[in-house]
Design a protein around this ligand. Sequence first.
Ligand code: 13P
Ligand code: SF4
Length: 331
Amino acid sequence: MTTIQEQVSRYGYVTEKVSEHIDLIAEINRLKIEKNAVILAHYYVDGAIQDLADYIGDSLGLSQQAAATEAEMIVFCGVHFMGETAKILSPNKKVVIPDMNAGCSLADSAPADKFAAFKAQHPDHIVISYINCSAEIKALTDIVCTSSNALQIVESLPKDQKIIFAPDANLGRYVAQKTGRDMVLWDGACIVHIDISREKLAQLRVEHPDALLIAHPECKEDILLQSDFVSSTTGLLKFVKASNHQKFIVATEAGILHKMKESVPGKKLIPAPGSDNNTCACSECPYMKMNTLEKVYNALRYEQPEIHVPEDIRLKAYGSLERMLELSKGI
Ligand code: 13P
Ligand code: SF4
């Protein structure tokens, strides 16, 4: 018999088997009330988890919720850096995530020691970091941004301000092109968005000439250049709702289609496929898909795995997130 703590340190999540007689959704809702917990979910997690969440959103919306909630516990269904961000913003709340292994290729691309050395080579630069990074990188950052506010945050700085943008080079290049700013880019990428297949996308565009192509700015430059609209997940969702068009090719993680289909039931939404021939013919984030109903239930029940951030790092990271939230009021 392993203890819950041993399960978490060995496997990264509570491996306790859940009885098949349990109604997981009813139990999650009961535990949520009993423990005064709130469930936050990103648009990329499984639809069943989105459906039971108290709030579903993009990285900016989720951070705003994490900072504002009055719940005692936050169950963050997304990836590790999102849970960490919630803990940085709400240090007195217990923050649990369903699976500690749910990382992010962008966050992994920027180890703190290498990034500190890179920053030291550019002493007169301000550091803007995409929220998809570790607490240590946020602590080395002046202002955090998300794909919803990156343009505004860069534009809020004086034109001659030298900027390091990390860790997503595709988002950084896109922002540099849009704002006309010359930024030093860290060379990180999202494994999901850069894997969207150019060939399969071209084929889809031939098959659906009447579809608009909408894309997340983590996609490669050639996809962004041919897109009719580029934005964060929330931005893409709002766009399909407001547009008069009836057909869209959606170049981002397929989880967003769950809310999109619900919001615009009559419109045709076609996911942009990745390079492998998976059964969904779409692009899926393996980390986001580590969130399962069973793990959500166990995380809520056993209050594990819990996110901890050392206080010295947290305080510095809090400053860069606070500046972002301040500059994002009204978004
Ligand atoms: P947004 O939801 O903020 O657009 O971010 C997308 C993403 O890749 C999150 O990991
Ligand atoms: Fe990270 Fe990309 Fe997955 Fe988002 S979709 S969590 S950026 S790997």
